[in-house]
Write a new protein. Structure first.
Length: 389
């Protein structure tokens, strides 16, 4: 079925201007968050990310993103209880994770397991605001459970059941490592969740809104988002940062490494951003908690030494600032996670923003249907196969 009225002539797309990658194109309105790229500012519902990183918890930010305001004590307690209550994942989905091929990327397993969650939710196809809010809670709670299960199964260990007495960050670390983490590690994990929870109309958020705009269900929308986040130019970038740091090896090798990469016109991972024109405001907070963990003996400080030298050299060579991926790589390493788990760690935070956007899309839905500029042939005539030689 065509998605344009039958009395409307098709647009002459061959004469349309092209905004490559939709750069600069405003496709919707949102009250969830925005980026002021020239100033290096990020706000969630009007609150500066610096304030949220310094003072809030992930549960508080989830409440802010979904409800539009910071919660009072009772509302925050309700959010903590709701998320804790919905962490359990059924055996069929855990069995799906257990049966995944050993070589499968964790993001691919998470994408498949998230899609499977929808099969077992009787409200999956209910698009009422109340049902969508309940699904947002389930998805935000259970993506962490799925990721912890993926982490353990890939190490030949059994998944650990969630502990309802722990907050979201502490419970995630417990489900991964089987013991209660230090207060310092919990705070570092919680800050990482806050920092990554939302970021405007990035690629994965946009894909979640495109999917939900068709009035598909929330599980499909979040699966779309995870598939988009899986790409190395989006959620996989911090994994490549760590690989780069290990390739460099020592601070002394940084100038030669960067000069060789730039001579080949290769990208230096962790620097530059599509929207931010100055330093990504989230980087300093991740650096702070990474330094605290290294000082406490929870990681090799050589990574931070290499990063500090890279910042100086890149500023001198290209005038480029870091993005959020740069220090999240060392932070996640210090917390004990392998590089291929970095993208799922991104997802268990960003699901809060994705679900906020999906609910916003449903509330005033318009099908998202851009056009493309046609550059192909025109006026060709069909030639029977016998005459094609």
């Amino acid at each position: 079925m065509s998605d344009r009225p039958s009395n409307q002539k098709p647009a002459d797309d061959s004469k349309s201007s092209v905004a490559a990658g939709l750069k600069g194109v405003v496709v919707a309105q949102t009250a969830t968050s925005t980026v002021f790229g020239e100033e290096g500012r990020l706000i969630f519902r009007g609150y500066d990310i610096h304030d949220l990183a310094d003072h809030s918890t992930f549960e508080e930010v989830v409440s802010l993103l979904w409800d539009g305001d910071l919660p009072n004590r009772a509302e925050l307690a309700d959010m903590v209880t709701l998320l804790a209550r919905e962490r359990e994942v059924g055996k069929p989905v855990l069995d799906l994770i257990r049966s995944a091929p050993a070589e499968a990327p964790p993001m691919a397993i998470l994408r498949t397991a998230t899609s499977a969650l929808g099969q077992y939710d009787p409200e999956a196809e209910d698009l009422s605001p109340e049902a969508n809010r309940r699904k947002a809670v389930k998805l935000t709670s259970r993506l962490a459970t799925l990721t912890a299960a993926i982490f353990r199964c890939r190490r030949g260990q059994e998944p650990i059941a969630p502990d309802p007495a722990l907050n979201h960050a502490a419970n995630f670390l417990f489900m991964c490592f089987g013991e209660r983490a230090s207060a310092q590690a919990v705070r570092a994990m919680d800050m990482a969740l806050v920092i990554h929870a939302e970021q405007g109309f990035n690629a994965s958020t946009f894909s979640s809104r495109v999917t939900s705009a068709t009035l598909s269900d929330m599980y499909s929308a979040i699966t779309s988002a995870i598939g988009t986040l899986k790409g190395p130019l989006h959620g996989g970038a911090n994994q490549r940062v760590l690989e780069m740091l290990y390739e460099v090896g020592s601070p002394e090798r940084v100038p030669d490494y960067i000069d060789a990469k730039l001579a080949k016109k290769e990208r230096i991972m962790g620097f530059g951003h599509r929207v931010y024109k100055v330093e990504d405001p989230r980087g300093r907070h991740l650096k702070q908690v990474a330094e605290e963990l290294a000082a406490a003996g929870q990681g090799d400080p050589t990574l931070l030494d290499i990063q500090s030298r890279m910042i100086d050299v890149m500023q001198d060579r290209k005038g480029m600032a870091i993005n959020v991926d740069f220090y999240s790589a060392s932070l996640y390493t210090y917390l004990g996670f392998p590089a291929d788990l970095f993208p799922p760690l991104f997802a268990i935070s960003r699901v809060a923003g994705w679900t906020s956007h999906v609910m916003e899309q449903y509330s005033a839905n318009v099908l998202i249907r851009p056009r493309a500029q046609y550059i192909g042939h025109s006026g060709r005539r069909y030639v029977p196969i016998a005459d094609r030689g």
